[in-house]
Design a protein around this ligand. Sequence first.
Ligand code: PLP
Ligand code: COI
Length: 368
Amino acid sequence: MSKTTSTTSSLSFAHVPHPSPVSAEKRAELLKNPGFGRVFSDHMVTIRYHETKGWYDAKVEPRAPIPMDPAAAVLHYAQEIFEGLKAYRTADGGATLFRPLENARRFQQSAERLAMPILPENVFLEAVDQLVKIDRAWIPEGDGSLYIRPFMFANEIFLGVKPSSDYLFIVIASSVGAYFKTDAPAVSVWVSQDYTRAAPGGTGAAKCGGNYASSLQAQAEATRHGCDQVVFLDAVEQRWIEELGGMNIFFVFDDGSMITPPLGGTILPGITRNSLLTLAKDKGIKVSEERYSIDQWRKDAASGRLREAFACGTAAVVTPIGTVRSNDGEFRIGNGGSGAKTEELKAALVGIQRGRTADPHGWIHRVY
Ligand code: PLP
Ligand code: COI
């Protein structure tokens, strides 16, 4: 096994290439229909942290199980954060990332909230670049992409409740197609009235595993009601729409205007959400960050004032919402399929992400 080293500002990455990577034939087979989050590339990046040493021991190495002590703090107190971003194959055979600096920054904000060490932006970006470069063959052709999952967890062997002294930062990559399995033109959502996702002062704005753990019962309820995703209402009044289990949400009205729930610490500040706000403004669409209640949503869908609604996120891209269900019954949005504004904004976003259109905001990061 050959071992080389590359350096980023203060940190050197040791390279340990996989001794027996997946064969090209097997990989081609896996990439035909990867689904979401089940097909993984050959390598991973690992970086360790200890409060006395700082960040150390950066490696690009074969993807493998990680040995863990059963008393590792993350297994007990869930001190863990993660990110999600995609690498795209370019027409000239290169690879790009969409706004990775925003993921690096959000990772820092999540770390801050969870009392974890701050990984320098350049180290986050270098770790992602290194993995995309070594596993470039895992970026699917066509509509697929390589979903990059950086994450960090508390690794101190200690059962006392306090911020860990030890952490492991890892980046893995998964070849993906569409997030939703459905062939329907739009997804259905279940409005959770029994569970909330995040309360003021909580961790709603952080991308931490705990937020997803506490969403699972509501997501299971959505599935039981035949819905693809759960929609959460605010924890205080149980009235204002916040976001979906793993996506932000936009509403489109009959006058062409759009709204999305405001960031206030209880929802994830989505990078897709932020990009769509910018793209909508570029197009002269009147768009605002405004509270919108579940009652108003129902009324506006019935009157026809609300024409479209869509979910957005790295995994979901832009996904139209056609049906809304809750304990109070069901309503349809528009014709139950996608709408013109949803498609227009999706095309604008995907065009930039895939390098098919100009990138006026400098969002594309070339890996090689
Ligand atoms: N909200 C939640 C709860 C999410 O998990 C995600 C996915 O990352 C988003 C919103 C959208 O964020 P982004 O557009 O940065 O992927
Ligand atoms: C993403 O879109 O990156 C997400 O994290 C959503 C979900 C897959 C957890």
